[in-house]
Design a protein around this ligand. Structure first.
Ligand SMILES: [Zn+2]
Length: 129
């Protein structure tokens, strides 16, 4: 979510650049529905308490969005393969847990189509008391 005019609004574009157990980074871009201002946010999280974010407004926000769009698109198409950029993804596996619910594999992918399984997530169903 982005903030402008004392209100939150949804981003028009967002990329999760990586999502691991010990780090998370996401960029968001959107236009304020109240004043039409361009907003960009780069958010990073680490469990060690390093919670960083920086925001840009106006022309600078747009420039930063273009920078990331080019970067992400280039990497996706493999023209400038950067092996160090990963993004988080989930894949439904054929495995099922003891209750018959599907187990999701937590994947770490780079934009060259390589992926690595970093964990398994079970579907959790809450039972009413
Ligand atoms: Zn605004």
């Amino acid at each position: 979510m982005l903030i402008c005019c004392n209100a939150q609004f949804s981003a028009s574009f967002s990329y999760v650049l990586f999502s691991f157990k010990n780090s998370y980074r996401k960029i968001e871009f959107g236009i304020c529905p109240h004043c039409g201002c361009l907003k960009f946010k780069d958010y990073r999280w680490r469990p060690a308490g390093e919670d960083k974010e920086f925001c840009l407004t106006g022309k600078k926000a747009l420039q930063k969005l273009e920078y990331w769009r080019k970067k992400v698109n280039n990497i996706k198409h493999g023209t400038k393969g950067n092996q160090n950029v990963y993004y988080g993804d989930f894949q439904k596996s054929r495995l099922k847990d003891e209750n018959g619910n599907p187990i999701f594999l937590q994947l770490r992918k780079n934009f060259n189509g390589q992926s690595e399984i970093i964990g398994k997530i079970k579907t959790v169903i809450r039972k009413e008391m």
